[in-house]
Design a binder for this molecule. Sequence first.
Ligand code: ZN
Length: 336
Amino acid sequence: MDNLIKALTETFGPSGEEDEVRTLIKSLAKGKIDRVYEDALGNLYLEREGPAPKIMVSAHMDEIGVIITHIDDNGFIRIAPVGGMSAQALPGKRFRFRSGTIGTVYHEKLKNIKELDWTKIYLDIGQPDRKAAMKLVNIGDLACYDQSFRAMEGGRCISKAMDDRVGCAVMLETINRLPRELPQAVCFLFSVQEEVGLRGATTAAYRYEPDYGIAVDVTLVGDTPKAHTMEVSLGKGPAIKVKDRSVLCHPLVRKLMVDAAAKNNIPYQLEVLERGGTDAGAIHISREGVPSGAISIPCRYVHSPSEVVDSADLENAVLLLEKLLTQNWPKQERSY
Ligand SMILES: [Zn+2]
């Protein structure tokens, strides 16, 4: 899967400008799906036909980034975050615009490093003045981290935008492995604007009207030095979400996941994430409510340019999703 993850993570796609990722995913899924369509916000739907019930599986295409708010007379650029990004982590980090223009972040003179916030940092794209800079970029342009994918010794890999291109990779790989006939209909949603508030999944769930929702996204881990206490570790299997700030996962969906993992000897962990949310947060409160859960990929240093995941966790996430989608899900009783 390394090549797939390299291609997906290195593609430019901050929230609201996911089109290059969407084009890539469409080309990768060609011929393997019954119906492909997009909506007005840019969500990409890859549908596999089947009888009721309908399951929506969602991974988001967008990554966090920065947006230009101001360009000064000397060509230095002021920026603001699009998605969860801390100014303190940015000095020395490189960013890339859609056009290929790159720059590095640095900060004004500070008395104390604690003063570092978004008002003190700037982006330097190497231009002598505002006029020259404006030939390359404009107010409102988006940039994302400029960092390439690398495989590490021993099966782990490191890149920007693992959040959530690894979720996209897990869905694409699952699509490859599914049999011709499925016991129920499945819509693989590649959503937009998750990082700014689960916006794409909100409208997509309304449109598809699923009976069940499953998000495939990254989660934080508690296995690094003096980390926030958390059960999930890298390399111990995909995490079956119990709760995050956007969703309390439906007990039935959680049970189906746990049972499928146990029955097929797939290692798994239970995830209680105290910060952050995912597309399941939007899907489960769509229309009259949609029982939803999530398969999470353990990931270190989430939202940094060097997010680290374990290949075995990805492989086991694909296996779990494949087993889940090829088993019979209970029909939903609806009383109108
Ligand atoms: Zn995410």
